[in-house]
Design a protein around this ligand. Structure first.
Ligand SMILES: [Zn+2]
Length: 293
């Protein structure tokens, strides 16, 4: 049995999995401090509540840059996570922690039992508070020189607006719950995403939504040319926005080189909060174990 926690900007899911099945899980609101201490205390309390023995290995999926599975090197949507190590988190959680990028856990989970079960080569993206990405080639997670492959939320576009990561002009500043909520506040509208999306033809909202969707389509077009994936699998809270895949296909078509049209299949993820738990089991026990561990 393994334990896993998916730490989102808004929600925290903690649970256990064994032999490709989720055993138990709980989803709660992320502690508002969003610090390692507060989040790990919540993880620990849930694991204790579920009766999970302390010797059970724990994968922590964090929404940020994870260096070689050992250290968080940046986490724009949480507080105080930069530089924190797996050892420090192990002490706080009371379990031996393996660090992972949250999107990588979702990708591995969807590959083991969900929307990507039949795929060998795909890109997985999560659209939520921020934008995550993972690259799977030949059913293996591509890690890169430092374990940070696939951070598509930080793909640079021709723009100068600042991103939470310290860079500029990144996809996340155009297409993410954070970006849309900022736009809504500017127009004194409630930041309720599905309601805003339904009103995306509204004169005020049309620009940020069209701009955001086009920015995402630009990035997906570039990824298609770089990786030639069978499909792009889309998860995260914003993936459920009605008609998003159709809008993306429409924007991508003229951007794609003719030889690539109509482009890779765009698929929605299927497993919701089960995905990171099943992905964590793949990571801790399967062929996608980090190198050397
Ligand atoms: Zn960025």
């Amino acid at each position: 049995m393994i334990a896993a926690a998916d730490i989102g900007g808004h929600t925290l899911t903690v649970g256990t999995a064994e032999n490709g099945a989720v055993l138990r899980k709980r989803t709660v609101a992320t502690p508002p401090e969003r610090t390692p201490r507060a989040v790990c205390a919540a993880v620990r309390a849930i694991l204790e509540g579920l009766g999970v023995p302390a010797e059970t290995p724990l994968a922590l999926g964090v929404p940020g840059f994870v260096l070689d599975g050992e250290r968080v090197s940046g986490c724009p949507n949480l507080n105080g996570w930069e530089g924190v190590t797996a050892d420090e988190l192990s002490d706080l959680c009371g379990h031996a922690v393996t660090l992972a990028n949250d999107c990588d856990l979702f990708a591995l989970g969807e590959m083991s039992a969900g929307a990507a079960k039949d795929l060998d080569d795909f890109v997985f993206i999560t659209l939520g508070t921020g934008v995550g990405g993972s690259v799977i080639v030949n059913r293996r997670l591509v890690r890169g020189a430092h374990g940070r492959t696939g951070e598509i939320g930080h793909f640079a576009l021709l723009d100068d607006r600042s991103c939470g990561c310290g860079g500029r002009g990144h996809l996340e500043s155009f297409f993410s719950a954070n970006a849309f909520e900022r736009a809504a506040k500017k127009f004194h509208m409630e930041p309720d995403m599905p309601a805003l999306w339904e009103r995306r033809e509204n004169a005020w909202l049309a620009r940020p939504f069209a701009e955001g969707t086009r920015a995402l389509a630009c990035v997906l077009t570039s990824l298609t040319c770089l990786l030639d994936p069978q499909a792009i699998v889309i998860g995260g809270g914003l993936s459920h926005l009605d008609g998003l895949c159709d809008d993306l296909r429409d924007y991508m078509f003229p951007l794609l080189p003719r030889a690539y049209r109509p482009g890779p299949e765009l698929r929605l993820a299927q497993l919701e909060t089960d995905a990171p738990l099943l992905g964590a089991e793949e990571l801790l026990t399967g062929k996608n174990r980090p190198h050397g561990r």
